[in-house]
Design a protein around this ligand. Sequence first.
Ligand code: KG4
Ligand code: ZN
Length: 343
Amino acid sequence: MGLRILGIESSCDETAAAVVEDGSRILSSVVDSQVELHAPFRGVVPEIASRSHLESILPVIERALAEARVDLGDLAAVAVTVRPGLIGSLLVGLSAAKALAFVQRLPLLAVHHIEAHIHACAMSNDALAHPFVSLVVSGGHTSLYLSESPTRHALLGATVDDAAGESFDKVASILGLGYPGGPAVEEAARTGDPKGVPLPRPSLPDAPFDFSFSGLKTAALYCVRPPAKRGTPAAAARAGSPSPRLVADLAASFQSAVVDVLVEKTIAAARAKGVRSIAIGGGVACNGALRGRMEAAAAESGLRAFFPPKSLCLDNAAMVAGLGHPLLAEGKIAPLDVDASPR
Ligand code: KG4
Ligand code: ZN
């Protein structure tokens, strides 16, 4: 029997548990999504999230163990996301993990959610070797790292305002598309012209590896509803909904602008750091345009871009259990009074 780690993830709006053997063999990965609970609010409501985690956490852990055909006594450790995330949500998963570790006398492994997103890429791509540049793009994060080992990541840059996924969600809302916005914008973009609406590519010359997406979102908003004083004809135009043509073209143009910026900065970071590989993780890594353009641009620069399968891009606990393996190997065991942190 290999070394089996139970992973628990509850940092945002997914209650997840998984059992992973020897760091990469996924025996089970259960994700209980709260998307429908938050959809009416077009974003995650922290109070609803933590209450729902509380209801789901034990059934989700039980299902993960049952699907893996693993008893608590077969586990080598419990890995749990402790940061960053919604504090009330994190505490639910962490409390469950602490209780299991205490009762079963198992090592507790404290996992950083963003490092787990990077690890999702490493554990699913054998050819990805350190060091590499990592791009984590999700609803809460957009960051570039130099990843020297599974547990050592140097921050190169991050968004100064919205996360890439957050901007997808906001533009979807502006266009009257569904929630979560990323898949809805990608779908709408299929029939649109990526050059149909001119949008900026915010570059931040003084901080070449930082990102800014809020201007792009505002530019998209002004295409649909021009800024105007109340009572003017332009203000009246704000009330109407955009034509299907404009929705498709704006979705395609917005997606193209975000992808351009992500690809350009990531390739530049890889070249500046002299690495040969790029790892991408997080929910936005599901995006087909990002996957295609990043792979093509990497190949043009003599680099290789790696993506996890889509099931490991979105929040899940397999990536948490997976990262538990090197943490355990390095003896990085967390005390039972370890705290959760939103940052
Ligand atoms: O990693 P994740 O599940 O949660 C966070 O840690 O934030 O990422 C969710 C984010 C959402 O903002 C969602 O709109 C975005 O990932 N997303 C996408 C796609 N699928 C999910 N963005 C662009 N294209 C997609 N296909
Ligand atoms: Zn995430």
